[in-house]
Design a protein around this ligand. Structure first.
Ligand code: NAI
Ligand code: MG
Length: 503
């Protein structure tokens, strides 16, 4: 059941009422076989605006039965539907059309992201732009997915085909509720697969808005199916389903482990993009101004709810105090508040659960003896899941705040002596998603790029993600790479064909 009154009640003069109409018109149901439908069991759940703690609206709560119906639709579309025999050129056109519709509705989509997730509207706009870019990038790939010819016996001809996997289950988190759709769906479709997508229960709306756009784009029925619902029910049903060929997951390391086990049911392909505790290393020869600005962005963007957030900031001893002082100033200058206001630079955390979790770590850090230089407490707002941007100094590598993923706006500043010490401390983690190095010494930069055990290394920058380049984890940050050419490999498999010449 929808509660449009709530949504309309949020609309106000000076706010973008067109966006509220767009939000009101998003179907709050499951998308299966090109049609919107309620959950078979009739369940619904609320999605909350984290800035106000008000119910935004109510969406269908899908479970295993709905996942099953979606898988059947996806299977039918893959085996028999128009999708099974269209040309790569036609697939490209669908992806480009989706990108065009995302761009056309950029403003409304950004509002939906901000209302559902809480990130500042400027960051939501950026997320929408990046989403379109990913679709455009993979539209280009559709016509470039090639096999090989291999030298063999002169009486034989061998070639390979790169074929889609089939039905792909995709389970995404709430921190990039639209960009995560793009990272998963765009390459899967480019390769000719069909999809059953489950958005996070905290942020179902951007994915549902996306579903509406796929219908507007004329995508054949069953190619993209969307099941809103909870992890242990709808999500787990995807992970264990025997007619899903691949599962792609982004989220916590503990759930990643469960998905891997469930996927063993039919040995489905698995790719996992999990947590991180990424080191951001500042040498004393770095351009300090740029390093401070980049490091602040690296830990405070999206309220720090970023898998590759630079949460462990290692600073060479000589500049430790100055860096700490400057980062503290930047943190104190952040505008925490209504994420729909254009001047806001930090919004609320996504949910009550995340809020409690991060506040818990603020206590842990103080109990462990770290020194609060900025923040360290909830925001001054009377409602909403606001946490002040926090800088902990005097952090030691063995403290929990330096080892566990907090997923909030919390920077831990740790001193180091030299290159060897920096690498040793940086790599001392179960994670390996990303790392950054700030230095003017090119030899050192290149040496560290090799020695840091992480899927992405940024030199004199932080957090750059671009569809041209693969992203994913070392160690317990997961496996499989998304974006770039690697994602094409993730969503296809080679088939070898031998032809014997007849005399
Ligand atoms: P989560 O891993 O529980 O949720 C991510 C997605 O997985 C959601 O769609 C959820 O419904 C689904 N899910 C949950 N349990 C499942 C199960 N048993 N089977 C299949 N799907 C399941 O993450 P959560 O609880 O939202 O956040 C907890 C922590 O995880 C965060 O504090 C953060 O440390 C980490 N996290 C990491 C993310 C990343 O980008 N790598 C994104 C979100 C969370
Ligand atoms: Mg969870």
């Amino acid at each position: 059941m929808e509660t449009p009154a709530k949504i309309e009640g949020t609309a106000a003069p000076g706010r973008n009422n067109r966006a509220f109409e767009f939000l009101r018109d998003i179907p709050k149901q499951l998308l299966i076989a090109g049609k919107w439908a309620p959950a078979q069991a009739g369940g619904t759940f609320h999605t909350i605006n984290p800035a106000t703690e008000e119910v935004l609206t109510t969406v269908a709560e899908g479970d295993a039965r709905d996942v099953d119906a979606a898988v059947k639709a996806a299977r039918e579309a893959f085996e028999n539907g128009p999708w099974s025999h269209i040309t790569p050129h036609q697939r490209a056109k669908y992806l480009l059309k989706i990108a065009e519709l995302v761009q056309k509705h950029a403003d409304e989509l950004a509002h939906v992201i901000t209302l559902d997730n809480g990130k500042p509207i400027s960051e939501a706009r950026n997320e929408v732009a990046r989403t379109a870019e990913v679709f455009i990038y993979y539209a280009g790939w559709t016509t470039k997915i090639c096999g090989e010819t291999n030298p063999s016996d002169p009486s034989l001809f061998n070639y390979t085909l790169r074929e889609p996997l089939g039905v792909c289950g995709q389970i995404i988190p709430w921190n990039g509720p639209l960009s995560m759709v793009a990272w998963k769906v765009a390459p899967a479709l480019a390769c000719g697969n069909t999809v059953v997508l489950k958005p996070a229960e905290q942020t179902p709306l951007p994915a549902l808005a996306f579903g509406k756009l796929t219908l507007e784009a004329g995508l054949p029925a069953g190619v993209v199916n969307i099941i809103t619902g909870f992890g242990p029910t709808a999500g787990a049903a995807i992970a264990r389903h025997r007619d899903i060929d691949k599962v792609a997951f982004t989220g916590s390391t503990s759930v990643g482990r469960e998905i891997l086990q469930a996927a063993a049911s039919n040995l489905k392909r698995v790719s996992l993009e999990l947590g991180g505790k990424s080191p951001n290393i500042i040498f004393d020869d770095a351009n300090l101004e740029l390093a401070v600005a980049g490091s602040a962005m690296g830990i405070f963007r999206n309220q720090g709810q970023v898998c590759c957030a630079g949460s462990r900031i290692f600073i060479q001893q000589k500049i430790y105090d100055e860096f700490a002082e400057r980062l503290t100033q930047v943190a104190s200058g952040i505008t925490l508040g209504d994420p729909l206001q254009p001047g806001t630079t930090m919004g609320p955390l996504v949910s009550d659960e995340q809020y409690e979790r991060v506040l818990g770590y603020l206590n842990v850090g103080q109990q462990e003896g770290a020194c609060v230089r900025a923040g360290g407490e909830r925001g001054p707002q009377s409602r909403g899941y606001f946490v002040a941007p926090t800088v902990f100094a005097d952090v030691k590598s063995d403290m929990r705040i330096a080892r566990e993923e907090i997923f909030g706006p919390v920077a831990s500043l740790i001193p180091f002596r030299d290159e060897t010490d920096a690498v040793l401390q940086a790599n001392d983690t179960i994670y390996g998603l990303a790392a950054a190095v700030w230095t003017r010494n090119v030899n050192r930069a290149l040496a560290l790029a090799r020695r840091l055990r992480a899927g992405t290394v940024w030199i004199n920058c932080y957090g750059i993600l671009d569809p041209i380049s693969p992203f994913g984890g070392y160690k317990q940050s997961g496996f499989g790479r998304e974006l770039g050419k690697d994602s094409i490999e993730l969503y296809t498999q080679p088939k070898s064909v031998f032809i014997k010449f007849q005399k």
